[in-house]
Ligand binder design. Structure first.
Ligand SMILES: Nc1nc2c(c(=O)[nH]1)N[C@H]1C(S)=C(S)[C@@H](COP(=O)(O)O)O[C@H]1N2
Ligand SMILES: [Mo]
Length: 294
């Protein structure tokens, strides 16, 4: 066994690393928060509550690839490499293609202040930055036979410690939307928040925000998008089909088998507020559904 004796002339590595080197290492990994200039707020989607403070959004995260402990995720993302990063778009489309994240970050971006509601009943209000998901999907020219779209998250056990400790979960994290849902103007591809690039714990470099659905429908760290003909399997629905449906539209009257969905708790105060049908986006999205969706 090797016993390491720290001499008193040794200083901890972090103190010996000049700040400039520390920041360039962060930018090499893609972890440095860069300002995302020129993303005007889209006034079409006003919000009925104060925005959640940034510190709360970056320190309370559902991201099982890192940990099932929401408060620990932010401390486990330090070694996660965000560059190079490519997003492959394929399946039933005429122009399958692979885009680098740096190309995606050049798409004209806007800010949207969205309610964000987890199936666990906590909620936030987040100023996301990004672009309509349809802007990305249309580039691949989906065929008429494409009825659903799959979203697959990156799978890197060596950088994501939670993958190894939750062996039974159907990794990589995969989610899906019906084609009309994915093309809906509210469906948002997210590359930033609070005026900066997205922090790793919130799903950098690319995640989705589908504000009328429970949060698990918005996959983080997306590397693959695939157009398919029939309703695909999704991670949470496969893991616990009785608890997590495919559609997962926010509905105060449909309880989770283990808790009510009538009330939400606002992070970080846990203040209570009645849950709104479709999370308050009813007037935009109700027309897509006929009541048969579960
Ligand atoms: N790849 C991946 N995406 C994911 C998850 C996850 O564990 N892994 N958790 C989902 C859940 S349950 C929620 S509520 C949101 C949380 O996003 P936030 O941490 O930015 O609030 O991400 C969703 N996307
Ligand atoms: Mo969630």
């Amino acid at each position: 066994m090797l016993i390491e004796i720290t001499q008193d002339w040794q200083i901890p590595e972090r103190e010996a690393t000049p700040e400039a080197a520390y920041f360039s290492r962060r930018s090499l990994l893609g972890l440095a928060a860069l300002p995302l200039a020129g993303a005007p707020r889209n006034a079409a989607y006003p919000i009925d509550r104060p925005l959640t403070e940034e510190w709360a959004v970056t320190s309370y995260n559902n991201y099982y690839e890192f940990s099932s402990n929401k408060q620990k995720v932010k401390d486990l993302v330090g070694g996660f490499k965000l560059r190079p990063w490519a997003v492959e778009i394929g399946g039933l489309c005429d122009k399958p293609q692979t885009l680098s994240i740096d190309d995606i970050l050049k798409f004209p971006a806007e800010e949207r202040t969205y309610r964000h509601r987890c199936v666990e009943a906590w909620s936030m209000a987040v100023p996301w930055i990004g672009f309509a998901l349809s802007d990305l999907l249309k580039r691949a020219e989906p065929k008429p036979a494409a009825k659903f779209v799959r979203f697959i998250s990156v799978n890197r056990p060596s950088e994501m410690p939670g993958i190894n400790t939750s062996g039974g979960f159907p990794w990589p994290y995969h989610e899906a939307l019906r084609m009309d849902e994915a093309m809906h103007p509210l469906a948002f591809a997210v590359t930033g928040m609070y005026g900066k690039t997205l922090p790793a714990q919130n799903g950098a470099p690319l995640r989705l925000a589908i504000p009328w659905k429970y949060g698990f429908k918005g996959a983080k760290a997306i590397v693959k998008i695939e157009f398919v003909a029939s309703q695909p399997a999704t991670s949470w629905n496969t893991a616990a089909p009785r608890e997590y449906g495919f559609y997962a539209n926010v509905n105060p009257k449909t309880p989770h088998p283990r808790w009510s969905q009538a009330v939400e708790q606002i992070i970080p105060t846990m203040g209570r507020r009645p849950t709104l049908l479709y999370n308050g986006y009813e007037k935009w999205v109700a027309g897509m559904y006929n009541g048969s969706e579960a």
